[in-house]
Design a protein around this ligand. Structure first.
Ligand code: PMP
Length: 453
């Protein structure tokens, strides 16, 4: 029989999955360490259990004790699950910025959750840091893990996440990409991997509104860098002791919008349902693509599960309200989509104008590109023929090159409809779209109107 003695034994040994579509422009192998298979659906189960075990060992946490922590949800989940198995109570403080689903999930394990305001200084008595410190003093037999400064946090990743990644990549990992919050994940994992191979580059993902990147690059803790942001799980307004800046080679900042868009893209393009910091990390990988070359093995950590963001990044209305939904951009390719299989009607410059009129009638069209020596050399349209016909009744027997106009302007498949429509005027009734195959298609005013209407 093969079974775990309790749910805590199922923490870790998470899968490593190749990213395919999102990274098609990156020559390196990009692998995601998908942490959603942990019992609490996040990587934080690893460090929550380790913090509890270490506190049990040295007596900071006693039987029947109460665990009090300021947590954005995932650490709380790990602590709450371990508390169920080990017989502890939990009180968590969190911020009103976090998803409501995260709080409900903690309460499902019997934890008490206190929601505090986001936009106050950490030293403010209302902040979730201050409230949890106060409760620790007030509640008897309580222990505060303090995930930000507790070395067991990073140690958990040194002992499990790092070795798993080393083994799963057969020691071939060249770059580690990790969203940084408490810093436990990046510092512990990086320490193990750099001990194995000091050439491995460790790239931290930071948000706009957080202090990490500037601090790493200048040594300056700049309060001006701090402002509220939407991205969840990463970035801080202080320096947690678990962020070991000496192990992090570079910080990349990602916008809230890109983090949100890529959270959705990972689900839609790769079928992997993960949270907002995974989206941020994926967007960061793409921003840093110039750093990765063929043969490199880039491991990016996906911290938690997408279900926790159903009311946010996976909700169209929430996305639209923040201007995060990309407006669909139609291109010339959309204009020709309906007749892309049919060859474009053309006429030779040496043919008679009467033939052009017959062709227009037959195909129910008003303009035809003219071919000379196998290239598009001009154009002819019904309004011009009509004008000249009034002056010269013998016109139909003349050759097309006597009256043909300039060739129509050429655009690519990717040209935006707005650009195509600018080219169409009274004197230029059509535009040619050059396909990747080298063939041409014609777009008229009618095509543009019917694509918009
Ligand atoms: N992503 C998510 C969703 C998280 O909850 C956290 C933890 N705050 C992180 C990333 C960052 O991990 P760490 O705290 O280990 O730096």
């Amino acid at each position: 029989m093969k079974y775990a003695n309790n749910i805590l034994e199922t923490i870790g040994n998470t899968p490593m999955v190749k990213i395919n579509k999102l990274t098609k422009d990156i020559p390196a192998l990009v692998l995601a360490k998908v942490e959603t298979t942990n019992p609490g659906n996040s990587i934080k189960d690893r460090m929550a259990l380790k913090m509890i075990e270490d506190a049990e060992k040295d007596g900071r946490l006693k039987p029947g004790g109460t665990i009090i922590e300021g947590t954005s949800g995932n650490t709380g989940m790990g602590l709450a699950i371990a508390a169920v198995i080990k017989g502890y109570k939990c009180i968590f403080t969190s911020t009103d910025k976090q998803s409501k689903e995260k709080f409900d999930a903690l309460r499902a394990f019997g934890a008490e959750v206190i929601v505090c305001p986001t936009n106050v200084d950490p030293e403010d008595p209302r902040s979730y840091y201050s409230v949890s410190s106060r409760l620790e003093k007030e509640v008897p037999n309580s222990w505060k893990p303090n995930q930000y400064d507790n070395p067991s946090n990073a140690q958990a990743h040194y002992e499990s996440t790092g070795p798993e990644i080393w083994e799963q990549t057969d020691g071939k990992i060249t770059h580690l990409v990790v969203g940084v919050g408490t810093g436990g994940t990046i510092s512990g994992t990086a320490k193990y991997l750099k001990e194995k191979n000091p050439n491995i580059k460790v790239l931290g993902i930071d948000t706009y509104g957080s202090v990490f990147k500037k601090y790493k690059e200048t040594g300056d803790f700049d309060k001006n860098e701090i402002y509220p942001y939407i991205t969840e799980g990463i970035g801080e307004d202080f320096l947690p002791q678990n962020v070991d800046f000496s192990l992090i080679d570079h910080f990349e900042k990602v916008t809230d919008k890109d983090a949100a868009i890529y959270t959705r893209a990972i689900a839609r393009e790769e079928g992997i349902f993960v949270g907002n910091s995974a989206g941020s990390a994926m967007a960061g990988v793409l921003q840093m693509k110039h750093m990765f070359k063929e043969g490199d093995v880039v491991v990016v950590i996906f911290h938690d599960h997408g279900t926790r963001y159903l009311g946010k990044m996976f909700n169209d209305e929430w996305m639209r309200d923040r201007g995060f939904l990309e407006v669909e951009r139609k291109t010339a390719r959309d204009l020709i989509a309906e007749h892309i299989d049919k060859p474009m009607v053309t006429i030779g410059s040496g043919e008679l104008i009467g033939h052009a009129v017959a062709k227009m009638k037959k195909f129910d069209i008003s303009q035809i590109p003219v071919i000379k020596d196998d290239v598009i050399a001009g154009s002819i349209d019904e309004s011009k023929i009509f004008q000249l016909l009034v002056e010269d009744p013998k016109l139909l027997d003349k050759k097309i090159d006597e009256i043909m106009g300039a060739p129509y302007p050429v655009v690519s498949e990717e040209t935006a409809i707005s650009e195509v429509s600018k080219l169409i005027t009274k004197d230029t009734p059509a535009v040619l779209v050059k396909l990747h195959s080298g063939k041409y298609h014609i777009v008229t005013k009618y095509d543009i109107i019917s694509s918009i209407a």
